[in-house]
Design a protein around this ligand. Structure first.
Ligand code: FES
Length: 147
């Protein structure tokens, strides 16, 4: 079935069943591999994208449920002011460990225009064994004018 979505401000048209998870559309149909697969059960957050500015787990979200909604992925979040600041802080603070779940952590950390380190830490914690270290580093994100 032909579907058009707005992803990172661009219209993308493709054929996919309405019940296909958004994650598979992004990765397998559109080739946008920045969003990662982890648990596949909406638990870990590795697949987090934004729908109308709010973080959602794309592994369990049918693509048919997000028509006419604005989708932002890790490939596009750096174009937003907060996204750019969080990505810069991520690099400056060397938050990345193996790197696999970092897109999901970043997307989970930007639910509002004024992220707080506790929310960032809570969002990141389920995804990564390095969460305590990341949390310490991420505290400085809010101290360094992310808001
Ligand atoms: S892969 Fe979606 S929450 Fe884990």
């Amino acid at each position: 079935m032909a579907t058009t979505l707005t992803i990172n401000g661009e219209q993308k048209s493709f054929d996919a069943p309405a019940d296909m998870p958004l994650l598979w559309v992004l990765r397998d149909v559109l080739g946008m591999t920045g969003t990662k697969f982890g648990c596949g059960m909406a638990l870990c957050g590795a697949c987090t994208v934004h729908v109308d500015g709010k973080p959602v787990r794309s592994c369990m979200l049918p693509v048919g449920a997000v028509r006419d909604r604005a989708i932002t992925t890790i490939e596009g979040v750096g174009a937003t002011p907060v996204g750019a600041k969080v990505q810069k802080a991520w690099l400056d603070l060397e938050v990345v460990q193996c790197g696999y779940c970092q897109p999901g952590q970043i997307m989970s950390a930007i639910p509002t225009s004024t992220p707080r380190w506790r929310a960032i830490s809570a969002a990141a914690a389920p995804m990564c064994g390095f969460a305590p270290r990341s949390s310490r580093r991420l505290r400085s994100v809010s101290r360094r004018s992310v808001s």
